[in-house]
Design a protein around this ligand. Structure first.
Ligand code: PEP
Ligand code: MN
Length: 362
């Protein structure tokens, strides 16, 4: 048994550097049969590296299925024995860490509702002191990179060496296309801050439904994510949690086959030369943009001077609406999205206001 576990440790060690790393399994372990069958079908795809299953489920409202609890842990051991797939479980308390370790869970993850709570993250971190196990940390439910970073720091300070990030989107009020808005720029920034950490995308919790899982997964791969965590179930519609977003192992395989796997780089000289030329062009264009922006601000300052002399307010809503209308229309013709133009000119306008304010205060 000891060598089996040692081999599994070695396997997990190797998987940590594998791209893409594919983690799949049910939102929740429900019965031994459901878990084992899902695991066997996942293993049969030949595409899945690790089996996930929620054992303790943090549910938004009481009265819903809150996870099978520690009695599901031997089922995971059984599924691992039958399939050779290492296992991953969400933990939120010291007791859950202890139980998961007792049953040889190979990878732990901190859920989005735990990452938001420093007390809970610290409790998990303290329980992990002296343990050598990889830990994945989901983004907090709210779009706060400092909170995500804080959780990473707490787990790192406990001595955990292999830490990975899971991007599962951010919740907001009201209906949207997504269950949790991806806000890709936040994941990109987190990746930039932690260049040596793997980052995995969880399209299941971003989408909340099966429809656009593939599109979201592809987007993540295009953005150089290291892997995917996708929920799967032998009978998704009957799942006890997150039924709408789970897929069968067969559908998962179809999706993984459909994804265009991109490399971060290639060793081709002509590719690098061509890229280098285009990047030079981008640099020149960016230089010009900066010059133009600076010029625009100087003009705004002159307007500021006139406003000051005549005691006029900085913000003139009509004029701002007129600018926005004009540029959005123009943007359409130039292939620039309404969303981008609005955000971009909003930033430019705010900078203009700040320049004018300085003039008015001088
Ligand atoms: C889960 O992975 O099933 C889960 C509860 O996810 P999250 O923490 O992202 O909500
Ligand atoms: Mn889930």
């Amino acid at each position: 048994m000891q060598t089996v576990e040692a081999n599994m440790k070695q396997k997990v060690q190797e998987l940590w550097g594998k791209r893409p790393l594919i983690i799949s399994g049910p939102c929740s372990a429900e019965t031994e049969e459901q878990l084992v069958q899902t695991a066997q079908q996942l293993a049969a795809t030949g595409k899945v590296d690790m089996l996930r299953a929620g054992i303790w489920k943090p549910r938004t409202k009481p009265g819903l299925f809150e996870g099978i609890g520690a009695k599901g842990l031997p089922w995971l051991q059984h599924a691992k024995k039958l399939t050779g797939l290492p296992t991953a479980v969400e933990v939120a308390t010291a007791k859950q860490v202890e139980d998961a370790l007792t049953f040889d869970v190979d990878v732990l993850w901190v859920g989005a509702r735990t990452t938001v709570n420093p007390f809970s993250v610290q409790e998990v971190a303290d329980a992990l002191r002296g343990v050598d196990i990889p830990v994945l940390i989901k983004n907090p439910i709210n779009p706060d990179l400092e909170l995500w970073t804080g959780a990473v720091e707490r787990i790192a300070r406990a001595g955990i060496q292999r830490i990975g990030l899971i991007h599962r989107g951010f919740s907001s009020y009201g209906n949207s296309e997504y269950r949790n808005a991806p806000m890709w720029h936040l994941a990109i920034e987190m990746k930039r801050r932690n260049p040596n950490m793997i980052i995995i995308n969880d399209p299941s919790h971003i989408c909340g439904k099966r429809d656009n899982l593939l599109e979201t997964a592809q987007r993540a791969i295009d953005l150089d994510f290291d892997g995917l965590m996708i929920e799967s179930h032998i009978d998704p519609d009957q799942a006890w949690s997150d039924a709408k977003q789970q897929v069968t192992p067969t559908r998962l395989k179809e999706m993984l086959d459909a994804i265009i796997w991109r490399k971060e780089d290639v060793a081709s000289e002509s590719y690098h030369e061509a890229l280098e030329k285009l990047r030079q062009q981008i640099n020149h264009l960016d230089d010009e943009l900066m010059q133009i922006l600076s010029h625009r601000m100087k003009v705004a300052e002159r307007i500021g001077q006139y406003k000051k002399d005549n005691n006029i307010t900085i913000l003139q809503t009509n004029r701002w609406n007129e600018i926005l209308d004009r540029v959005v229309k123009q943007g359409e013709n130039l292939g620039l999205s309404n969303e981008f133009i609005t955000k971009y000119f909003d930033a430019v306008h705010m900078e203009s206001i700040n320049h004018q304010k300085k003039v008015l205060d001088s």
